[in-house]
Write a protein that binds this ligand. Structure first.
Ligand SMILES: Cc1cc2nc3c(=O)[nH]c(=O)nc-3n(C[C@H](O)[C@H](O)[C@H](O)COP(=O)(O)O)c2cc1C
Length: 187
């Protein structure tokens, strides 16, 4: 079983990175192989809304903006589950998470077959600051994304600087449980 964990913060020692470590530990404890991707280290630009608003994403399910998106998108086919972790910026996902997921949604949402995410379990994680303002709007947009690509929403987890201790432990347990349940289903 392979789990891809996306983080999307420039900080390597912040709350987003701590969430990545918790998710990784949970997945490995349940015996999964982990692929960690820091979206801030990828060269992935924004959607160009080609043509009349739809480009090759609509029918060919591929993005015509050539950068690191293609290889990363392709590698998702081989994964069994996903964890998407973003810092909360202005009540939204970070720019690197938004750029990647906007293009991912366009390529995956209208696929009739060979989807890379449909039916696979996902956990959405939003890591906010002290106020936690915009935590729920961020999780709402992540929930909408996973609805569009027909993922199986296993959990939506919001953290702030104040609740990080018990929420990091909860995230680790959630990923462990997601992997364990998927393994039982496969039998
Ligand atoms: C541009 C920007 C916008 C932010 N907007 C919010 C916000 O709307 N609500 C909030 O609670 N924290 C906000 N924060 C704080 C971050 O969500 C918080 O510091 C988070 O832990 C950052 O993740 P990191 O520790 O991985 O860098 C913002 C931070 C930045 C840099």
């Amino acid at each position: 079983m392979k789990v891809m964990i996306f983080t999307s913060s420039p900080n390597t020692d912040g709350l987003t990175a701590a969430c990545g470590n918790s998710a990784k530990m949970g997945a490995e404890e349940a015996g999964a192989q982990v692929v960690l991707v820091n979206l801030n280290r990828q060269k992935i630009g924004s959607c160009h809304a080609c043509g009349n608003g739809w480009g090759t994403c609509r029918n060919e399910h591929e993005c015509q903006v050539q950068d690191d998106f293609q290889a990363l998108h392709g590698s998702m086919a081989d994964m069994d589950a996903f964890v998407l972790i973003t810092p909360v910026y202005w009540g939204e996902m970070s720019e690197s998470a938004k750029a990647f997921t906007d293009r991912l949604r366009r390529c995956e949402a209208l696929k009739k077959e060979k989807t890379f995410i449909e039916g696979k379990p996902v956990i959405a994680v939003a890591a906010a600051g002290g106020s936690g303002n915009g935590l729920t709007t961020c999780l709402t947009s992540m929930e909408r994304l996973f609805t569009h690509v027909k993922a199986e929403k296993f959990d939506l987890i919001g953290l702030t600087q104040k609740n990080r201790v018990y929420k990091l432990a909860a995230l680790q347990e959630a990923v462990q449980e997601m992997v364990a349940l998927s393994k039982r289903k496969d039998k």
